[in-house]
Design a binder for this molecule. Structure first.
Ligand SMILES: *[C@@H]1O[C@H](CO)[C@@H](O)[C@H](O)[C@H]1NC(C)=O
Ligand SMILES: *[C@@H]1O[C@H](CO)[C@@H](O)[C@H](O)[C@H]1NC(C)=O
Ligand SMILES: *[C@@H]1O[C@H](CO)[C@@H](O)[C@H](O)[C@H]1NC(C)=O
Ligand SMILES: *[C@@H]1O[C@H](CO)[C@@H](O)[C@H](O)[C@H]1NC(C)=O
Ligand SMILES: *[C@@H]1O[C@H](CO)[C@@H](O)[C@H](O)[C@H]1NC(C)=O
Ligand SMILES: *[C@@H]1O[C@H](CO)[C@@H](O)[C@H](O)[C@H]1NC(C)=O
Ligand SMILES: *[C@@H]1O[C@H](CO)[C@@H](O)[C@H](O)[C@H]1NC(C)=O
Ligand SMILES: *[C@@H]1O[C@H](CO)[C@@H](O)[C@H](O)[C@H]1NC(C)=O
Ligand SMILES: *[C@@H]1O[C@H](CO)[C@@H](O)[C@H](O)[C@H]1NC(C)=O
Length: 317
């Protein structure tokens, strides 16, 4: 009973309200509401050569109404309606300047000014360019983590990327809201991971999926094996060179000098006392240098020289 009463009151007040609304619209054209601009054909994301249709309607209207369409606050089209039907505007997107913000305005016969609608914004969709698949590391070895990046330079955002190894996709879709490359990380742990990689990209431009270049990782395992070998070979070579460099003053020059001395000795020999003296000083130097090794031959040579010296000294005396 109480519920019924409540409902009755509700209904009564509702009918009162609607009556009032009807009265005000009938009475004053000054109660003109803002028109509504809606898209009736096409999409807000447009492509070149696309047709879109907009509808502008002021409700409740009192015809005749003059409807005008504005783009960036500049009127592009207008038409009169003598009935309550909406004004329909069809646009063909033929240049980048055709996209942007649109509004419509409803003007009544004797009203001053008119009312503006909500705005609708069109954006031009661009097809994506062929994506580029790349990696900072083209050589990889087993057990290595590598990255793959896929990037379409042009095309409307967002762009959705997908990565493939062979024909199998190896990652969930990556949708980029910014103009940034999609990146995945791969763990190379078998030979098949060196296969051919590709990625594909698409955006909301119709029928617009593009595949990237293919990318291979090359095995770096052989190089890693040969590297220590090359290093050790280089080290051995370096040691040899150092050894040789050390050998020159310590072994080869003394050897050469000793040979030279022997030959001078045999050629000039005991013929002059001056020579013998010179040989003595020279010999002393040779002796101290050769001493640590004491090769048998040199030693013998030396003792011979010593005797010669003695004889020389004797001669001097
Ligand atoms: C767009 O409209 C024009 C006429 O306004 C028409 O000639 C053209 O074929 C239409 N294009 C499409 C894709 O519907
Ligand atoms: C619409 O009506 C206005 C007068 O209200 C008139 O000036 C204008 O020329 C008409 N426009 C069209 C497109 O019929
Ligand atoms: C404007 O309204 C007046 C009456 O309110 C009417 O006589 C006149 O024909 C209307 N003009 C147009 C262009 O509809
Ligand atoms: C429009 O004109 C009618 C009569 O011509 C008048 O009664 C009405 O008040 C006018 N409305 C406005 C908004 O001026
Ligand atoms: C590779 O990355 C994964 C996680 O992405 C990590 O668990 C693993 O330890 C990494 N391996 C190497 C060799 O860096
Ligand atoms: C991207 O667009 C710019 C400008 O339109 C153009 O110069 C460039 O070649 C395009 N890049 C690709 C990969 O298509
Ligand atoms: C891009 O392609 C994928 C399939 O690969 C599809 O699921 C997705 O809807 C497409 N995105 C757009 C914006 O068309
Ligand atoms: C996209 O391709 C499908 C079939 O591949 C076709 O039915 C559709 O009409 C195409 N859409 C556009 C806008 O070209
Ligand atoms: C990648 O490797 C496959 C064989 O594994 C070969 O057929 C293909 O040509 C290679 N692609 C590139 C870009 O090197």
């Amino acid at each position: 009973m109480q519920k019924m009463l409540f409902l009755g009151i509700l209904l009564f007040s509702y009918s009162q309200m609607s009556q009032q609304i009807q009265k005000t619209t009938a009475n004053g054209k000054e109660m003109v509401s803002n028109p509504k601009l809606v898209l009736v054909e096409g999409t807000l994301n447009v492509v070149m050569k696309q047709n879109v249709t907009l509808s502008c309607l002021s409700e409740p209207g009192s015809p005749p109404v003059r409807y005008a369409l504005f783009k960036h606050n500049q009127q592009v089209s207008a038409l009169n309606r003598s009935d309550l039907s909406p004004a329909l505007f069809t646009l063909t997107i033929s240049s980048a300047s055709d996209v942007g913000e649109y509004k419509c305005k409803a003007e009544y016969n004797n009203s001053s000014g008119g009312k503006y609608s909500n705005s609708l914004s069109f954006t031009l969709l661009e097809p994506i360019s062929k994506p580029v698949l790349s990696s900072p590391t083209s050589r990889a070895k087993k057990g290595q983590n590598v990255t793959l990046s896929c990037f379409s330079e042009n095309g409307s955002l967002p762009i959705t990327y997908l990565f493939f190894k062979g024909t199998q996709n190896i990652s969930p879709q990556k949708t980029m809201q910014k103009r940034k490359a999609a990146v995945i990380f791969l763990f190379i742990n078998s030979l098949s991971d060196f296969g051919t990689y590709k990625c594909k990209a698409n955006n909301s431009f119709p029928n617009n999926t593009k595949y990237s270049n293919s990318f291979n990782f090359t095995v770096a395992e052989e190089r890693s094996h040969s590297q220590p070998l090359i290093i050790s070979l280089g080290l051995i070579l370096l040691l040899l060179i150092i050894g040789l460099a050390l050998a020159i003053p310590f072994f080869i020059i003394p050897l050469y000098k000793a040979k030279k001395f022997k030959s001078t000795r045999s050629s000039i020999g005991l013929t002059s006392t001056v020579n013998a003296e010179e040989s003595y000083t020279e010999n002393e130097v040779i002796y101290s240098e050769i001493e640590p090794l004491r090769p048998e031959e040199e030693y013998m040579n030396f003792s011979i020289i010593r005797r010669e010296e003695e004889t020389g000294e004797n001669l001097n005396l």
